[in-house]
Design a protein around this ligand. Structure first.
Ligand code: GRF
Length: 217
């Protein structure tokens, strides 16, 4: 079967884009990135697309009067490209309900918290302020409500007493780079599917182990 065609949408650094590019470079990964779109002309992450020889496009949100017009331009480009799935990777724009409905089940996001905790912005700062002991990241299908769609996968990391925003962000990011490709694979292979408000997996997918913090021994 042909590889699924992916578009990755970014606004900034693009480290998750890089992890998806690296995953797609592996033989046997069932997807390839056809297009990277940034809403910011100077997004540093665009260089990862350039290095990998992946086509890139800038659709600058400032060129549009309304969110709907911007989303329509985005949709038009994605449809013209014939992409199968869209991965948001640090894409800092809210998407309109119409766009989200159009791409339902084919639109995926990564967020640096264990959702449904800490939706929105400044996640690591709020995580530290709340004194939680386990943080992490979530890959989920996008729904109209922000950071609230069916969860595909999560990775957990401990929050250490010495952590600041930078150290915690790095620990979470390291897991993001593993989790996003794994979840994309599950979705592309049809092994993780939306079922109402949650995701249903093929029976072969099994999880083991637990993370305790502070440790008990
Ligand atoms: C990541 O922490 C991601 O979870 C969030 O935005 C950040 C993007 O980082 N949505 P990068 O641009 O992929 O390096």
């Amino acid at each position: 079967m042909a590889n699924a065609s992916i578009a990755v949408l970014i606004s900034g650094r693009g480290s998750n884009l890089k992890s998806l590019i690296d995953a797609c470079a592996d033989d046997g990964f069932p997807a390839e990135i056809s297009l990277v779109i940034s809403n910011r002309p100077k997004a540093p992450g665009l260089k990862h697309a350039e290095t990998a020889g992946i086509r890139q496009a800038v659709i600058d949100h400032r060129d549009f009067e309304t969110r709907e017009e911007f989303d329509a331009a985005l949709d038009e480009r994605l449809q013209a490209e014939g992409v199968d799935f869209v991965c948001l990777a640090g894409f800092m724009r809210l998407l309109s309900d119409g766009f989200v409905d159009e791409w339902r089940g084919r639109l995926i996001n990564i967020h640096p918290s264990l959702l449904p905790a800490f939706r929105g912005l400044n996640v690591q700062e709020r995580t530290l302020d709340a004194g939680v002991k386990i943080a992490g990241c979530t890959v989920h299908f996008v729904s109209p409500e922000l950071d609230a769609g069916p969860i595909i996968g999560q990775a957990a990391v401990p929050v250490l007493p010495t952590d600041n925003v930078s150290s915690l962000s790095s620990r979470i990011l390291e897991q993001e780079h593993k989790l996003y490709p794994q979840c994309l694979r599950l979705v592309v292979e049809g092994k993780a599917r939306i079922s109402g408000a949650v995701v249903q997996y093929d029976a072969e997918i099994q999880c083991v182990g637990a993370l305790l913090n502070p440790p008990t021994d």
